[in-house]
Write a protein that binds this ligand. Structure first.
Ligand SMILES: [Zn+2]
Ligand SMILES: [Zn+2]
Length: 147
């Protein structure tokens, strides 16, 4: 994507500012236990590949949440920033960070079987259970799961 597709974003306190180029405008929700604890809700994120450019990395905290992924956050205000795979530069950025979200399209929900009964999104999306997600990921990455 070109320069014109870069979207600006940042955390609650402003210590972390960045820009990124989403691969497309389709974002997804993850209902898994880890994401819900981490973000205080379903995690709504958009694939940004390796396009994230951070202005000042000094406030970025890193939590290694599994063998294959880590979760970055603002160490000053606690904002959840992005989920990043360790064995690649693939980054899934929280859509809530972006200053402008025009055209974003809610496309998918994963770990739908982990979603508690006390909330439900009414959007029409492609939904996958945790087992379906892990099977798809295993096909791509020979046996590792993705949480
Ligand atoms: Zn902050
Ligand atoms: Zn999750």
């Amino acid at each position: 994507m070109g320069q014109e597709d870069k979207l600006e974003g940042g955390c609650l306190c402003g210590a972390v500012r960045f820009n990124a180029s989403p691969e497309n405008k389709r974002f997804g929700a993850c209902h898994c236990d880890m994401c819900r604890r981490w973000t205080a809700g379903a995690y709504l994120s958009i694939a940004c590949g390796d396009s994230v450019e951070i202005q000042d990395e000094t406030s970025i905290g890193v939590y290694s949440s599994s063998k294959w992924a880590e979760r970055h956050f603002c160490s000053k205000c606690g904002t959840s920033l992005w989920y990043k795979l360790k064995n690649s530069s693939d980054c899934y950025v929280s859509i809530e960070l972006f200053d402008k979200t025009e055209g974003f399209d809610f496309a998918s929900q994963i770990y739908i079987d982990c979603k508690p009964d006390y909330y439900t999104f009414s959007n029409e999306t492609k939904n996958m259970t945790g087992a379906e997600v892990e099977a798809a990921f295993a096909t791509l990455n020979s046996g590792e799961t993705n949480v």
